[in-house]
Design a protein around this ligand. Structure first.
Ligand SMILES: Cc1cc2nc3c(=O)[nH]c(=O)nc-3n(C[C@H](O)[C@H](O)[C@H](O)COP(=O)(O)O)c2cc1C
Length: 304
């Protein structure tokens, strides 16, 4: 009997769609063994791409507070089938799974599709996905899905270069390099090379050994943890909690507060985060073992 594989994703630029399609290739190559369905999550009212700058920043409070929008229902076929494995592609918006992904997870469809099913999560982000994955782990646990693997593809450039290139990419649509700035996002080599992760997943799936897939994915480079970025995310989550609640509460002042938030965010990236970096480097010997432990945890699929 053929096994049913479901590939769930949302992608504005097409980057994440390319990634999940590459990871699904080893399954696609065995059409007699696998039936593969793609479920592209769609919102009734989608976000624009490229993003007008003000819309981009205005999306922050709802993104961070995980306020869902209405999604187009998945097809009856998807809702009525039992899947043997789900490849779940998502991106991060403001240190949180994106609004389209949250909207799906909070919909009634999510538990029908995900319950009692092994899931491999796949993200394509700038570089700050670690605490977002923790948020996603909670959803998957509550929906009684079985998280078996995680692949996190990122922009490997330094944190500052990737801020500049992602802003160019998201607000103008230009991913390719321009002047002295490199291409944005996950590199083409890593996107096409992600087939190798699909091969690992397919082999473990076939051998009924998905519980051991994550260590092999990690060994092959599916997850890089930069301790400094985890620290930035921790601080960022605290500050985002304050800003998002303030903006939501003070409805009448929203446009002004969003402008302040934008200035604050830029200052945080260009002024505060270098200070955090220096402190982080200085404390390396003291926190060495703690950070190694944290790294191992974040590379894994368990939830603390
Ligand atoms: C509103 C918004 C906020 C984002 N925030 C983050 C973030 O906090 N961390 C991160 O690593 N990437 C962030 N990104 C980048 C996305 O995760 C993703 O890599 C990029 O938008 C391309 O995604 P797509 O083509 O799959 O939709 C953000 C993107 C958008 C549009």
């Amino acid at each position: 009997m053929k096994k049913n594989i479901l590939v769930i994703y949302y992608s504005q630029t097409g980057q994440l769609e390319d990634i999940v399609r590459n990871i699904a290739k080893p399954f696609e190559a065995q059409k007699d063994a696998y039936d593969i369905t793609y479920y592209n999550i769609r919102l009734k009212e989608d976000f624009p791409f490229p993003w007008p700058g003000d819309v981009f920043f205005n999306t922050f409070p709802e993104s961070y507070l995980q306020i869902p929008k209405e999604i187009v229902p998945p097809s009856e076929e998807i809702l009525n089938k039992k899947y043997d494995l789900i490849l779940f592609g998502y991106q991060v918006w403001y240190l949180t799974p994106s609004i389209p992904i949250i909207s799906f997870l909070k919909s009634d469809y999510a538990s029908r599709i995900l319950k009692d099913t092994p899931v491999v999560t796949i993200s394509g982000t700038r570089n700050m996905w670690m605490l977002s994955q923790e948020k996603l782990k909670v959803y998957l646990r509550d929906l009684q899905a079985q998280l078996v693997g995680n692949i996190a593809l990122v922009d490997r450039h330094d944190n500052y270069t990737s801020v500049l290139t992602i802003l160019r990419w998201l607000t103008t649509g230009q991913k390719e390099k321009s002047g002295w700035l490199p291409a944005a996002g996950v590199s083409d080599e890593e996107i096409s090379g992600s087939v190798k992760y699909g091969e690992i997943i397919e082999r473990h799936f076939k051998n009924n050994d998905l519980k051991n897939v994550q260590p092999e994915l990690v060994k092959k480079g599916a997850i890089e943890i930069r301790a400094f970025l985890v620290r930035v995310e921790k601080v960022g989550n605290k500050i985002f909690t304050v800003w998002s609640n303030l903006i939501i509460k003070k409805k009448e002042k929203r446009p002004l507060l969003i402008k302040f938030f934008k200035v604050y965010l830029m200052a945080a990236i260009w002024i505060i985060s270098p200070v955090v970096l220096v402190l982080h480097l200085l404390t390396t010997p003291i926190f060495w073992f703690k950070r190694q432990k944290q790294k191992r945890y974040l590379q894994g699929i368990n939830l603390k």
